[in-house]
Design a protein around this ligand. Structure first.
Ligand SMILES: [Zn+2]
Length: 594
């Protein structure tokens, strides 16, 4: 993150201290002894907490000394690899043949929006360099040790361990669900690939061209309606209208990119919220980062979606009210799928015509015209399946990676397997090469990408539920915040768990039907529905844009170690305004766009 006092050694030390705390056998034995008591000395409420402690410690207790040694060794290797990763220069060649130093975010943005094919190809080649780099720096050994560690603990392999700890079901069950989705969407993929060739030509199927062919010009045309510097206020207003509250949380927002910043937006909770034994609620503290380059085309939209996403995580975690921080800490046994369902449900709103009619406005306050939304649906809807296939490619690749025999785990084979999975699942080499997906590297984030897939399934099922009940709307509907808090959020990682929560709210077990059905809707039908939503929203939205934003949260805008503004000084809206001023000062090009 490039912050003062940043140190890989300290990170490893605190990681190991946390592991020791979570892996304490004596605590586990004490908990089990207390749970066995029948003399009334342990209340029902305390039992709920004790069960959660047991469930959590079981994810971290390492019984054998061999496994302990493996764990330490693999963490050390990973630390070394992470550190050496900073040495991989992120560069591309511009249209004049000049090599430019940049950040991974700019690479991704350029691939979608740079008109020069050679620049996009050079960006894609940069992404492809991640694989050989990781493999030259010990990635295979890390995979081997992770598997040995998992097998020492009685799991099939590391993937099996991770999914069992994180979701409470086995690798087998996980891939049964994924296989169902894979089969249901294969015909949609074939249809979309055919259409891509027919509409945009054979060249569009090249990995550095597909993204551009599908979004290049639209990104540019819609860009003025997503001015980056207004994003925090838009997010705050939209959440506030849905009655989403943060229960006194403090949130630090570090939104802009800079060299050396971690290449993915995320949220962390240095303080996880909980209720003390006397019932006092301790609110959460959140650090939140995204990677905006405010004057790069398309980055305003990306940043806003990231805000809705990470702000959604923060809202979820702020509202967990249980008797221990172990219900609200983000690592296992917290279900990735449960966490992502909340953030993805909220960032999905940015694509609804109903939301865009209210919130997608340019710097003069003009609403995005229907023609652009219409065009977006026509151009994007038939190709949405690409995103789904890109998502499921990651778990299929990691499954194959961790199922390889140790003797076969060589850099050449890993690259070969990555390409094979891309070909099979995505129908060709991927615009985002599997080896460039940041999640596959760290222990914490590896083997959990299926969580995003199940979350997307749950998002569609949850949207369907809100559309079919009450007044059938989500945007600006205060019922949504209330139901999410009461049904999805308050429980944290305690019972009833991800699958149970989805079932309880939507009245049906989790299925891929709502998602697959939506992908299969004909463009004409979708246009009809969305146009009606757009017009309804325009008619109702005009008066509401001056309402006070009340999120029950302290927001502090920062850039690395510098504080830009603090809502405690006056209000959330004022803090947003100061932030805008800072953007105009740091990225003067943005001001001339205004
Ligand atoms: Zn997320």
């Amino acid at each position: 993150m490039d912050l003062k006092g940043n140190s890989v050694e300290n990170l490893n030390t605190s990681f190991n201290a946390l592991e020791t705390f979570l892996g304490d056998q004596n605590t586990l034995e004490k908990v089990r002894e207390l749970l066995k008591r029948t003399d009334g000395s342990v209340s029902e409420e305390q039992k709920i907490v004790l069960n959660q402690i047991e469930k959590t410690l079981k994810c971290y207790i390492v019984e054998s000394d061999d496994a302990k040694a493996l764990r330490e060794s693999m963490m050390k290797k990973e630390g070394t690899l992470q550190k050496s990763r900073n040495n991989l220069k992120t560069q591309y060649t511009d249209k004049d043949g000049k090599v430019v130093d940049t950040t991974p975010t700019v690479i991704r943005t350029k691939m979608r929006s740079d008109p020069e094919e050679s620049v996009r190809k050079s960006c894609w080649e940069m992404l492809r360099k991640n694989g050989p780099f990781l493999l030259d720096n010990g990635f295979c050994d890390i995979i081997k040790e992770r598997n040995r560690f998992a097998r020492e603990l009685g799991f099939e392999d590391f993937y099996d361990l991770k999914v069992t700890n994180a979701e409470g079901f086995s690798k087998k069950k996980c891939f049964e669900m994924l296989d169902g989705l894979e089969q249901a969407t294969k015909p949609l993929l074939d249809k979309a690939l055919e259409m891509l060739k027919k509409e945009k030509g054979e060249d569009a199927t090249k990995p550095w061209n597909t993204g551009f062919a599908l979004s290049g010009e639209l990104t540019k045309l819609t860009d003025p309606y997503y001015p980056f510097e207004y994003a925090p206020e838009v997010w705050g207003r939209s959440f506030s209208k849905m009655n989403i509250k943060y229960k006194g949380a403090t949130m630090r927002l570090d939104l802009c990119d800079r060299k050396g910043k971690y290449p993915n937006g995320f949220c962390h909770w240095p303080t996880a919220p909980y209720k003390t034994q006397d019932g006092t609620f301790i609110p959460s503290e959140t650090n939140f980062t995204s990677l905006a380059t405010p004057d790069e085309i398309g980055s305003g939209n990306t940043a806003l979606t990231t805000l809705m996403h990470e702000g959604g995580h923060a809202a979820h975690f702020s509202n967990i009210v249980q008797g221990s921080p172990l219900f609200s800490q983000e690592r296992a046994p917290f279900s990735v799928a449960l966490a992502e369902t909340q953030s993805m449900f909220l960032d999905a709103l940015c694509e609804d015509a109903s939301w865009q009619a209210r919130y997608a406005k340019n710097r003069k306050g003009e609403t995005i015209p229907w023609e652009l939304i219409e065009r977006s649906i026509k151009e994007r809807h038939p190709y949405k399946v690409f995103q789904l296939r890109g998502m499921i490619a990651v778990p299929y690749f990691e499954k194959a990676l961790y199922e390889m025999d140790e003797k076969d785990l060589t850099p050449e084979n890993v690259l070969k397997v990555a390409d094979e999975v891309e070909m099979k699942i995505q129908g060709g080499l991927a615009g985002r090469p599997l080896m460039s997906v940041p999640h596959i590297l760290a222990d914490e984030s590896s083997c959990y990408y299926h969580g995003y897939v199940f979350a997307e399934m749950a998002v569609h099922q949850t949207r369907e539920y809100f559309f079919k009940t009450g007044d059938g709307t989500i945007v600006d509907n205060p019922r949504v915040g209330k139901e999410l808090i009461e049904n999805y959020w308050v429980h944290g990682s305690g019972n009833p768990g991800f699958l149970g929560l989805v079932n309880n709210l939507t009245g049906s077990p989790l299925k891929h039907d709502a998602w697959v059905n939506e992908l299969g809707v004909e463009v004409e039908d979708m246009l009809k529905d969305e146009k009606a939503e757009y017009e309804k929203a325009l008619a109702s939205a005009s008066s509401s844009s001056k309402d006070e934003i009340d999120l029950e949260m302290r927001a502090i805008f920062v850039h690395g170690d510098d504080v830009i503004s603090d809502s405690n000084d006056s209000s959330f809206t004022d803090a947003c305004e100061k932030f805008r001023g800072w953007i105009y000062q740091e990225w003067p090009k943005t001001k001339t766009m205004a």
